[in-house]
Design a protein around this ligand. Structure first.
Ligand SMILES: C[S@@+](CC[C@H](N)C(=O)[O-])C[C@H]1O[C@@H](n2cnc3c(N)ncnc32)[C@H](O)[C@@H]1O
Length: 257
């Protein structure tokens, strides 16, 4: 394996190069990816949050990784389409999902780069865990537009990620084209990845300013968001009003129950 060394002195590195290094990291580290889930009780607890979330219908899972979330989504969904760029993690996700749900025909895996891929249809739920933090800020508006376009009327985006407190556990890098962190694999190879530690309130405000109905709550060092895009005609959200997050800028910042 090629050992990549950090080059924080590099003055010219664009988003594309950083994103390519991020993909290389996840490809090379696929076999190590599940270790934190095995070692950290709070991560396993976080997985159970899916059971309380409004997952329904046809689900699109972005950046599914090794499929830690996929079987839990499948248990609540009519179908799951799970997308990731790395064939190495997709192979693990396929195996995990088959062992949990059987060779379910309702789960389809797609290998694609999310910065190029456009969803071919609409879904009732678009779910992404630990993906938002890997989207460079400059690409966020386009990303949210893609998520909105992927949602059927009344559909919801559900997202889970690391909050600012988790930054203490990372080797944060400066001087790169996007907020970034240095990751090291077991063989000593090092990679720079995009890592944006979104604050629940700022994220809520940002989405509300884009016209989304959104609620983001903190769960220990993480956050869990449920959001509905603005309707194309600018009217009221179409469905599930009672269960939908309200169109307001007050994240539920209560600690985990
Ligand atoms: C932090 S992992 C999250 C995996 C999974 N959602 C979870 O929570 O365990 C980020 C995932 O994003 C994937 N990824 C990185 N760049 C990508 C891209 N450009 N398009 C699609 N997936 C990408 C990686 O392969 C990796 O599986």
């Amino acid at each position: 394996m090629t050992h990549m060394t950090p080059m924080t002195h590099m003055t010219h590195m664009d988003d594309d190069a950083l994103l390519a290094e991020q993909v290389a990291y996840y490809r090379a580290g696929a076999a190590e990816y599940d270790r934190p889930y095995a070692e950290r009780e709070e991560l396993r607890e976080l997985l159970t949050v899916v059971d309380e979330l409004p997952v329904r219908g046809d689900v699109l899972e972005l950046a599914c990784g090794t499929g830690q979330w996929t079987p839990r989504l499948a248990a609540r969904a009519r179908s799951v389409t799970a997308v990731d760029v790395a064939g190495e993690v997709l192979a693990l996700a396929r195996a995990r999902t088959a062992s949990h749900t059987g060779a379910s025909p309702t789960v389809e895996f797609v290998q694609a780069d999310l910065f190029e891929w456009q969803p071919p249809r609409r879904y009732d739920t678009v779910f992404f865990a630990f993906w938002l933090s890997h989207v460079p800020p400059r690409r966020l508006p386009g990303f949210w537009n893609t998520v909105a376009a992927a949602l059927a009327p009344g559909g919801k985006a559900i997202f889970i990620d690391d909050g600012p407190a988790v930054a203490e556990e990372e080797e944060v890098l400066t001087g790169l084209p996007a907020p970034a962190a240095l990751r090291q694999l077991g063989d000593g190879s090092q990679y720079r990845i995009v890592k944006v530690f979104h604050d629940a309130r700022a994220l809520t405000d940002d989405l509300a300013a884009r016209g989304w109905s959104v609620r983001v709550r903190r769960v220990a060092g993480n956050f869990v968001g449920v959001a509905e895009p603005p309707p194309p005609d600018g009217g009221a959200p179409t469905a599930g009003r009672g269960a939908a997050p309200s169109r307001r800028r007050d994240p539920d910042t209560s600690p985990p129950a």
